[in-house]
Design a protein around this ligand. Structure first.
Ligand code: FPP
Length: 246
């Protein structure tokens, strides 16, 4: 029996987040340039989005470019930006066909202008789709996001629009870039690295973490289904004891 058949569709995670890692090593293993790994990684993104649509995952968030990735060699940064632009434009019709809404989180204004414009355009074109929300984390880091939220709240307190007593988890989360998106129940990281690397730190407080040795360009929907089967075997206690769960 394949992994898809083992999935209980009544207990699917609503939101899956992925750290797509290992593109560079995958390319190097084949004696190719790193960019070839990123290009091949796009094929994985497409397959995983279709896999999510296929089984009914409502939210998929992928870490496409971190704040720290700006420190890579300029040629690689430029290639990633060009790949991003070409991919979102090429995929706009497919996203619509699959009823997928494109969304982006991160310090988007730091991206090249063409990237900002094309993202806005494809987000607008796919904005009414309802089956799945694909969020690209771009120029994103969780510490950046949490600081931004703290600054906005501080400004509201300073302007006497908000009292300190009214700052609770819900209020704080409403200033994060993921407002209106549920927290991920499952986070997958490929390539054997066991880190969360500044990704969705607030939102992942209770997320189940799944690590696989598979490099991102080799990761396909069957690997996603395997991760979901593993997730469904876990007991999520949220600080309670087993006997309190029904
Ligand atoms: C990590 O692998 C991957 C990235 C930093 C970029 C991810 C980007 C893509 C998959 C393509 C663009 C995505 C979209 C959504 C259009 P790495 O380079 O850190 O690999 P390494 O650890 O082996 O060096």
């Amino acid at each position: 029996m394949g992994f898809k058949e083992q999935i209980d569709i009544n207990r699917l995670p609503e939101h899956i987040a992925i750290i797509m890692d290992g593109n560079g090593r995958w390319a190097k293993n084949q004696g190719k340039f790193r960019v070839f790994g990123h290009e091949s990684g796009v094929l994985s993104v497409k397959d995983i989005v279709e896999g999510c649509v296929d089984i009914g995952i409502k939210y998929l968030t992928v870490y496409a470019f971190s704040t720290e990735n700006w420190n890579r060699p300029i040629e690689e940064v430029n290639a990633l930006m060009e790949l991003l632009i070409s991919t979102i434009n090429e995929q706009a019709d497919t996203l619509n066909k699959n009823n997928v809404r494109l969304n982006a989180i991160g310090d988007l204004k730091s991206l090249p202008q063409k990237c900002i414009d094309d993202l806005a355009s494809v987000m607008e074109k796919t904005g009414k789709n309802t089956k799945c929300t694909l969020t690209l984390a771009l120029s994103y880091s969780a510490k950046w996001e949490i600081l931004e939220a703290a600054k906005k709240l501080a400004q509201q307190v300073k302007d006497a629009e908000l009292s300190i007593e009214d700052i609770d988890e819900e209020k704080f989360a409403s200033h994060l870039t993921t407002t209106n998106i549920p927290d991920p129940e499952l986070m997958i990281r490929t390539s054997g690295e066991h880190r969360v690397s500044n990704f969705l730190l607030w939102q992942m407080a209770y997320t189940e973490l799944y690590f696989t040795e598979t490099l991102w360009p080799d990761f396909r929907r069957e690997d996603l289904f395997e991760a979901i089967v593993d997730y469904q075997k876990r007991e999520r206690r949220f600080g309670k004891i087993s006997e309190q769960l029904n």
